[in-house]
Design a protein around this ligand. Structure first.
Ligand code: ZN
Length: 177
C-alpha cells in the first residue's frame, strides 16, 4: 500500500438459499473480512448458502465501484457429494467446507500452469495440468472412497468449470488511483 492510495473497506456478503443477499459487516482489512466470510460458511454449513462474495470499496471516492476480490459458489463436492464445495472464480480455488472432507483444488504456487488438488483426511494430493483434470481426479477419487464405483456426474464438473471461466472474465483488477 502506498501513502497516496485511498483508504478502502472490505465488505463480505452471502446469498442465502432463499436468494436473500446478507451483508456480514464492513472491515478495514481484507484478512479480517475473509475470516468472517470463511467462519460464516463453516458455521452456517447446514443452511445451504448459495453464494459468497468479498468486495473492496474505496472511501471518499465519488467514482468508487465495488471491486470483487472473491466470488464463491457452493457446488456439489466431487468427493463427499454435499453442496459444500465452495469454488472461487476469481482466485481459481475450491475447498469443501465439510470438516470431515475438506477436498480442495488450488493453482500450484510452485509450478506455473499446474493445478493441485487433495483430500486431507488421508493426506492425498495430486498435481494436474488443468482444472478439468483436477476435478476429474477428485471425482474418480471420490467414487473410490464412497466405494460405489459411481462417479459424480460430468455435468457438475462442467458447471464448475463454466463458473471458473465466467469468473475469470470479470474485471477484477484494481484501478490505478
Ligand atoms: Zn466434500
Amino acid at each position: 500500500m502506498t501513502a497516496e492510495q485511498r483508504e478502502a473497506v472490505f465488505v463480505p456478503s452471502v446469498l442465502t438459499a432463499d436468494g436473500v443477499l446478507e451483508g456480514l459487516g464492513i472491515y478495514s482489512t481484507e484478512a479480517k473480512a475473509l475470516e468472517v466470510l470463511r467462519d460464516t460458511l463453516r458455521e452456517r454449513i447446514a443452511e445451504g448458502l448459495k453464494e459468497a462474495q468479498l468486495v473492496l470499496w474505496e472511501l471518499d471516492a465519488a467514482d468508487s465501484e465495488a471491486i470483487p476480490l472473491k466470488h464463491m459458489l457452493a457446488n456439489l463436492c466431487p468427493v463427499c457429494r454435499q453442496r459444500t464445495f465452495w469454488t472461487d472464480a476469481i482466485e481459481m480455488s475450491a475447498l469443501c467446507y465439510l470438516s470431515s472432507c475438506q477436498a480442495w483444488i488450488e493453482d500450484s504456487d510452485i509450478e506455473e500452469d499446474r493445478v493441485d488438488c487433495g483430500w486431507p483426511p488421508i493426506g492425498f494430493t495430486s498435481q494436474s495440468e488443468s482444472l478439468a483434470e483436477a476435478l476429474s481426479v477428485l471425482r474418480i477419487y471420490g467414487a473410490k472412497i464412497r466405494g460405489s464405483g459411481e462417479l459424480a456426474p460430468a455435468e457438475e464438473a462442467e458447471e464448475m468449470l463454466q463458473h471458473f471461466e465466467t469468473g475469470q472474465s470479470d474485471p477484477t483488477s484494481i484501478r490505478e488511483p
